[in-house]
Write a protein that binds this ligand. Structure first.
Ligand code: SF4
Length: 420
């Protein structure tokens, strides 16, 4: 049985009075300091009446409280005068989003359903974040959009319209919530029985591979990832952050130059004709252009390989000739191939390849010098429970549940990719 904590039931809710109080502040529409660049925060200090000479110092203090100590309330920030804390609290918030539900799988995989304000979307949006613990590392799968404009035919999110882009704060908050709930800030305890890496950090890697195409929300993703990798704050190494794209070529170049994180490509087909169907953005940026962008990706090397994701679809892309073409196409690119057994969703047109076929494919690719791990699904028990998710005010519509299931599936697929 999965352990599920329904946070809509007050009696089952873990004691987090700060977060609950703060979440309503965020819903009230106060601007948040979370996700602001240092320059934006300096401007916020000016707005709060901080003398010019002190602004940088105050920003450094707040940065430390937010991203090293994990504070979600100005009242905690005792190195700052009470008067300034009160002024800041009148104008701004540093609150976490509301956590609607937390689910914990038998294998330690966790999912959080978070609610963010409408911000032009008409109603609040709900976003799911998935944590996958493994031997020696813990990977967090983060969403960048609610829904998606792209229509990859094997992906359930692709059947859902884009609701809106997530802001930098909302992208970063997914990491902050995970670190809160795993006790991954100094002086915070890890919940009893939680499956997390034995030593060091609980969230060691993040992957931008939740819902949405991150390169269609470039500026917010960039700002959130630069804050996540800032050495004076959350300090995640850029080698432990992987951005996964369906192949937005101009964004790939910018990612390398402006963010400098690891890259993953949703490849799934080795011929344009088939990729046009599976990943339709291929019509705009065909394989040749995509692979050239990978070949010249800034910083790519044997130590910083590009991950290619390849979902195994029975009779569609799983033949030995596909494997041969894959090896030919990737020649000269330091690469690793994640083979993903397809997990069908209701109404999907594809079936998963037979296990023997997947192994034959993997063996061929491996024998030709490319690591090609077959990804095993994680957290299947809580995925099954997705259909039971309920929000406080409304029973989730089927469409929303399907979106969540799709996102959780993707998260399970990539567990373990990125830098070691
Ligand atoms: S695979 Fe990614 S880019 Fe394609 S439809 Fe799904 S969420 Fe969008």
């Amino acid at each position: 049985m999965p352990a599920t904590i329904d946070l809509t039931d007050p009696s089952a809710r873990p004691a987090r009075p700060q977060a609950a109080k703060a979440a309503s502040q965020t819903m009230d529409g106060k601007p948040t300091l979370i996700g602001m660049s240092r320059e934006e925060m300096v401007a916020a200090m000016a707005d709060a009446g901080v003398p010019e000479k002190q602004r940088k110092m105050r920003v450094n203090q707040i940065w430390h409280w937010l991203y090293v100590r994990g504070s979600s309330d100005f009242a905690d920030m005792h190195t700052i005068s009470k008067e300034l804390r009160e002024k800041l609290a009148e104008r701004y918030t540093v609150a976490r989003p509301e956590i609607v539900e937390e689910q914990i799988s038998n294998d330690g995989t966790r999912k959080w359903l978070m609610r963010f304000p409408p911000r032009g979307a008409g109603r609040p949006v709900e976003v799911e974040t998935v944590y996958i613990p493994e031997e020696g590392r813990g990977t967090l799968c983060i969403s960048s959009q609610v829904g998606c404009t792209l229509t990859c035919t094997f992906c359930h999110t692709g059947t859902q319209k884009l609701v809106r882009n997530l802001t930098a704060e909302e992208i970063l908050s997914q990491l902050l919530v995970a670190r809160d709930r795993l006790g991954d800030f100094p002086h915070k305890d890890t919940p009893q029985g939680a499956i997390v890496p034995a030593e060091g950090r609980k969230v060691t890697n993040i992957v931008m591979m939740g819902m949405g195409e991150p390169l269609y929300n470039f500026d917010n993703v960039k700002q959130a990832l630069l804050i996540a990798s800032d050495g004076d704050g959350l300090a995640l190494s850029r080698r432990r952050i992987t951005l996964s794209t369906s192949g937005v070529v101009p964004g790939i170049v910018r990612t390398g130059e402006e963010i400098g994180v690891m890259l993953a490509i949703s490849l799934h087909a080795v011929r344009d004709e088939l990729r046009d169907e599976l990943v339709p953005i291929n019509k705009k940026y065909p394989l040749k252009e995509l692979l050239e962008a990978c070949r010249t990706y800034p910083g790519v090397s044997n130590a910083r390989r590009i991950t290619f994701e390849y979902v195994m679809l029975k009779g569609v892309n799983d033949s030995l000739s596909d494997a041969k073409e894959l090896v030919r196409l990737l020649k000269g690119i330091p690469a690793k191939i994640n083979l993903i057994p397809f997990n069908p969703w209701p109404g999907s047109a594809y079936e998963c390849s037979d296990w023997e076929t997947i192994e034959t494919f993997a063996d061929f690719v491996n024998a030709n010098g490319y690591a090609s791990p077959i990804r095993t699904p994680r957290g299947r028990d809580i995925l099954a429970a997705c259909g039971q998710l309920k929000s406080e005010s409304e029973r989730m519509r089927k469409k929303d549940r399907d979106e969540l299931e799709s996102m959780a599936l993707q998260a399970m697929m990539i567990a373990g990719h990125g830098a070691d």
